[in-house]
Design a protein around this ligand. Structure first.
Ligand SMILES: [Cu+2]
Length: 165
């Protein structure tokens, strides 16, 4: 009688220990699953941030190289005016190396951005009134859009559609 009671308690204790071990195991598993989910989320965020940085760097590079001192001798010069009415320039051009000679004829600072056909270029610093800056672009056939790019001017000033053939 006495021995069987001990055996009974022993079995109960062993059973409880086994249950405890199983539950610890389950907890450990769920913790590691959470950790791997967190890691996946971190990786995703890092990739997103990485691509944003890469895009920002690309745009910055375009802007830095946009203003040049002197266009190549074989570049065709195209006069562009920027002012409060928007960008005034030809709507049709033939393909080729082009130097946009951009003059601000307005009363406040303006910029010039040409976008389309894998090109996105603008001046790093906007042009004050009466200033001229030159931007050289290799124009390929396609449709482009030229605008001012100064914050608050978009929508107020006219955009220009440029078709290159
Ligand atoms: Cu403007």
């Amino acid at each position: 009688m006495y021995m069987s009671t001990i055996r009974k308690y022993f079995l109960i204790i062993v059973g409880l220990l086994a249950l405890a071990l199983v539950s610890v195991g389950a907890q450990e598993k769920s913790t590691s699953e959470k950790a791997s989910e967190a890691w996946d989320a971190t990786k995703k965020t890092t990739q997103e941030v990485g691509s944003k940085v890469a895009k920002g760097t690309r745009q910055a590079a375009n802007r830095i190289e946009a203003a040049i001192q002197k266009p190549d001798a074989d570049a065709r010069k195209v006069d562009v005016k920027v002012n409060e009415r928007g960008v005034q320039m030809p709507n049709n051009l033939s393909a080729g190396k082009t130097a946009f000679v951009v003059r601000n004829t307005g009363k406040e600072a303006h910029n010039f951005e040409i976008e389309g056909n894998a090109i996105e270029k603008s001046f790093w610093i906007s042009l004050p009134p009466n200033e001229t800056k030159t931007m050289q672009v290799e124009l390929k056939p396609g449709t482009y859009e030229a605008n001012c790019r100064v914050q608050g001017h978009e929508g107020k000033e006219a955009k220009t559609r440029l078709v290159v053939k």
